[in-house]
Write a protein that binds this ligand. Structure first.
Ligand SMILES: Cc1cc2nc3c(=O)[nH]c(=O)nc-3n(C[C@H](O)[C@H](O)[C@H](O)COP(=O)(O)OP(=O)(O)OC[C@H]3O[C@@H](n4cnc5c(N)ncnc54)[C@H](O)[C@@H]3O)c2cc1C
Length: 541
């Protein structure tokens, strides 16, 4: 089956939905999303979205905080333009009905780690859910946006898919849509589009412990890499220092750990070892408000030093009613797990949280392929550098979704877009795979390998070991993929393997410790004149 549209958008988080809304003002959109439309990282965002709203705050301060967190690798122009555009895009969200929490007539602006001012707009501690609600409501009013749920993008349509050209080309230049698996019918649909936006979110599911939901298997990074699109800075994985530590099995948590928001530390939460001692003063003068990488490494160090599984986050010195008012969701979830956070310490551990690198895009969200745009967590815009400042990701996704829409408008208006004949999906002669247990084992092996060897603290030996393990799983997976018809688990395994490969490759290229990448073999940062982004381009397309 084949469908045609002006713009194909893959993903229904903040980036995909906001782009769809804007594109629908001038063109038809098909939006595909892997599960139901609300299931996204966006939906789980608690803390909020950063922007300069307070008259005492300034663009310069927000820029400065972002650059400091980014540890020398941010693109200043990308940071400055995002920060300056922030208030307008926040207004767009408010205009479509997003209800941010207020204190009287003013927005209740929170302060988070690494921010010098209170500038985080939030909807209590369910900010992402509120943004997602407002966006879905608006998108559903638009007759020219068609949403397909349970539709998994498999691969991009490029020169590689022109009949007869398969062997002769080793470089793609254009993107004309994607192959999509409709899981409700078990059918692969070819969606041909003049422009495509990848808004597929993060890759936390590459790791054993993650705050990301099950959809976050890095599909967009992997599809782009397979198509020969430039991707960069994949080594910079942010580990959130405080996810709820539970003795329950992972399946009881639907495959991801519950996040105890940054805002809890901003609110005055204190980190304590199991014996009750404070420790952050030993690591950074900002103590609990130091950026996430420093806090995550400090916790990792305390856990390894003491042979313990978790540390505590303590709010018991704060007013009980204020705790419940600020963090109703965290309060309730912990209560379900038998912890009353107004009276008891919360057990926490670090977990993979955010990918700072991704598809290299310019200030307009344009990738290295004509017709392929990207926005949100799947991108490397230059905004985050080697470490993301808290609550800048929702803002970045919003700003770049808007820009993707603007640049596609120009692209459709001024470019002659000739779409060649493209191959239909061909699964003749393949088998139906009935040994899913092998896939599950491989997924678990990748996650464990990445957690053990490519986690918060890295080394040459660990990276080499991880590379060998991942390469074996890659060969087995590709072999299976070629012989069987496609289904969700094999597609996701393929994608987490590809993402792992790119993270390891980038980590090996970086011969220094910087931001989120810390290796015991190169513990120092290189001088500023030697700082570089790690850009990867797959030559074996
Ligand atoms: C627990 C948690 C808390 C967070 N808190 C904050 C915060 O307070 N502030 C902040 O700024 N950031 C926060 N973040 C990060 C932020 O939420 C994400 O970076 C942001 O929401 C990413 O938006 P996105 O639109 O790029 O991707 P997502 O919101 O993840 O959406 C991706 C979409 O793509 C779909 N998709 C994926 N693969 C495919 C495929 N192959 N085919 C079809 N569809 C596909 C998914 O189903 C989903 O709809 C948090 C993240 C988590 C996990």
């Amino acid at each position: 089956m084949s469908l045609k549209t002006d713009v194909l958008i893959i993903g229904s988080g903040i980036a995909g939905l906001f782009a769809a809304l804007k594109v629908s003002e001038y063109a038809d959109v098909i939006l595909v999303t892997k599960k139901n439309k609300a299931e996204s990282n966006t939906n789980y965002a608690q803390g909020g979205i950063a922007s300069v709203i307070d008259p005492n705050d300034s663009f310069e301060k927000h820029v400065e905080d972002t650059l400091i967190a980014g540890a020398g690798l941010c693109d200043r122009e990308a940071v400055e333009s995002m920060v300056k555009e922030g208030p307008d895009r926040i207004k767009d969200l408010i205009d479509i009905g997003t209800m941010f929490t207020r204190k009287g007539n003013e927005f209740d602006l929170a302060k988070e780690g690494g921010h010098s001012m209170s500038r985080i707009l939030h909807a209590k501690d369910l900010t992402g859910q509120e943004i997602e609600r407002a966006l879905i409501h608006s998108v559903e009013q638009k007759v020219n946006i068609k949403i397909f749920e349970n539709a998994i993008a498999i691969d991009l349509l490029t020169e590689h898919n022109i009949p007869g050209k398969l062997k002769s080309l080793n470089e793609n230049m254009n993107c004309w849509g994607a192959y999509i698996l409709d899981t409700s019918k078990n059918e692969v649909v070819k969606i041909i589009a003049k422009a495509t936006i990848l808004a597929t979110g993060g890759l936390g599911q590459v790791y054993l412990h993650t705050t990301n939901p099950l959809i976050a298997t890095g599909d967009g990074f992997a599809m782009a890499y397979r198509a020969g699109v430039e991707i960069g800075n994949m080594e910079f994985i942010q580990f959130h220092p405080t996810s709820f530590y539970s003795t329950k099995s992972r399946s009881e948590y639907d495959g991801h750990s519950f996040l105890i928001s940054e805002a809890v530390r901003g609110f005055g939460g204190l980190l304590r070892t199991k014996d009750g001692g404070l420790f952050m003063h030993n690591y950074d003068a900002r103590k609990e408000l130091a950026p996430r990488d420093i806090v995550a490494r400090a916790i990792d160090n305390e856990l390894k030093k003491r042979g313990e599984d978790f540390v505590y986050l303590d709010l018991t010195h704060k007013n009980s009613q204020e705790i419940i008012d600020h963090f109703p969701n965290i309060y309730q979830t912990c209560l379900i797990n038998n912890i009353d956070i107004t009276k008891e310490f919360i057990p926490v551990v670090p977990a993979a949280h955010y990918a700072c690198g991704g598809i290299v895009v310019d200030l307009n969200g344009q990738s290295s392929l004509t017709g392929l745009y990207a926005s949100g967590e799947v991108t490397m815009t230059g905004v985050h550098g080697a470490n993301r400042l808290a609550s800048n990701s929702l803002l970045e996704a919003l700003v770049y979704a808007y820009r993707c829409s603007n640049s596609i408008k120009e692209f459709l208006k001024y470019s002659e877009i000739l779409i060649p004949e493209l191959l239909d999906w061909d699964d003749s002669g393949v088998l139906t795979y009935d040994e899913r247990v092998l896939i599950t084992h491989s997924i678990n092996e990748v996650k464990q390998t990445m957690w053990d060897y490519v986690g918060i603290v890295r080394s040459n030996i660990r990276l080499e070991r991880a590379e060998r393990r991942i390469h074996n799983i890659f060969r087995e997976t590709e072999d299976l993929y070629k012989k069987t018809n496609v289904f969700q688990e094999i597609l996701e395994l393929r994608n987490i393997v590809t993402c792992s490969h790119t993270i390891i490759k980038s980590a090996k290229l970086r011969k220094e410790s910087r931001g989120l990448h810390y290796t015991i073999d190169y513990p120092n940062t290189l001088p500023s004149e030697k700082i570089q982004n790690t850009i990867l381009k797959n030559k074996n397309i």
